[in-house]
Design a protein around this ligand. Structure first.
Ligand code: ADP
Ligand code: MG
Length: 323
């Protein structure tokens, strides 16, 4: 059963089209990721789906209710963790959680157990009875997330839930969220610009850029669509004509003495490729990632500020840009 059905959902701010005719469905119990760079339209999409912002055209149904016609029903069906914390800073961490549980009528026996569980998960047990004003940014973030996971709505929206979290808490949080989707059939929509997380966590991913969903599929299928493994060769003055007769080489790009190849089944064919050149200085072979997918569709890396990429990655960035 589709828990979310968006139908040409659009939002303009003046001349800017922040969300541009977006249509997708999310099934019950599915973890659906919206992946895209800053400004892509992720938060705006979520804000419309939780009825905080009206669409300028198009509509959506959440839990079977129309966001325009039945906003109150939609609100009863959803939970949201905002990108920016919205905690009550004069209450303690525990009080924030208890207040939230009561607002959502979670039975006391259930919230007692769940609050203990979430405080432990987020490593906040020691500070649970201090007021939030004295929490660090990271602690507030973790408390916000704990609060979002406390009541179990039909659809839970998480806007950049792990932004600013340490790697360990990120990992634990994802495990908890996955278990929630599985055990309680909670439908989860999350936004992120961490590709690796989207890859590991999401059942399906919509890649969004400039307000448009430009690709939507399972992470595996998205990666497979690139047509092969990525082989990057460092060669001085390569004669690339020899590659033309190789039907398993799907694409060839060159930059700065680096040759980027898209190769079907590189494990099988690498030896033959290497045998065609006598001055290969370095070789890198890898399976495509969501970053490569993003590159293919947009010509840019998802995070232009990523600096930890290897030379092969730089070559592939060039490759996608050259199309
Ligand atoms: N309230 C607003 N007024 C004007 N422009 C906005 C508003 N909210 C978002 N935008 C613009 O809409 C675009 C999409 O923003 P947003 O949905 O926040 O992107 P993301 O969450 O993917 O980073 C951006 O260009 C942003 O500047
Ligand atoms: Mg955002």
């Amino acid at each position: 059963m589709a828990m979310i059905e968006t139908d040409r959902l659009s939002r303009k701010f003046g001349d800017l089209t922040a969300v541009d005719s977006v249509s997708f469905n999310v099934e019950r119990g599915e973890i659906f990721g919206l992946l895209g760079p800053n400004g892509a339209g992720k938060t705006t999409t979520i804000n419309m789906l939780v009825t905080l912002l009206p669409p300028t055209s198009g509509t959506a149904k959440v839990n079977g209710f129309d966001i325009r016609a039945q906003p109150a029903k939609v609100r009863q069906s959803v939970g949201i963790v905002f990108q920016d914390p919205s905690l009550d800073t004069i209450l303690t961490g525990r009080e924030n959680l208890e207040l939230h549980a009561r607002l959502y009528s979670v039975p006391k026996a259930v919230w007692k157990k769940r609050i203990a569980e979430l405080l432990a998960l987020m490593d906040l047990e020691d500070r649970a009875d201090n007021i939030v004003r004295h929490y660090s940014g990271g602690m507030r973030r973790r408390l916000e997330l704990a609060r979002g996971l406390l009541h179990r709505p039909a659809v839970l929206f998480l806007d950049e839930p792990t932004l600013g979290l340490d790697p360990q808490t990120r990992e634990l949080t994802w495990r908890y969220i996955k278990a929630m989707a599985q055990q309680e059939q909670t439908t989860i929509v999350l936004t992120t610009h961490y590709m690796e997380e989207a890859d590991n966590v999401c059942d399906r991913i919509g890649i969004i850029d400039h307000g448009k969903v430009i690709a939507l599929d399972t992470p595996d299928n998205l990666e497979r669509r690139l047509g092969g493994d990525l082989v990057c060769l460092k060669i001085k003055n390569p004669d690339l004509k020899v590659l033309e007769r190789l039907s398993y080489v799907k694409n060839v790009e060159v930059k700065d003495g680096q040759v980027g190849l898209t190769v079907e089944n590189a494990a099988v064919h690498l030896k033959e490729i290497l045998s065609l050149f006598d001055n290969v200085e370095a070789v890198e072979v890898r399976t495509p990632t969501l970053n490569d997918v993003f590159l293919k569709y947009t010509g840019r890396a998802i995070r232009e500020d990523d600096t930890d990429e290897g030379w092969a990655e730089a070559a592939w960035r060039y490759q996608a840009g050259g199309r």
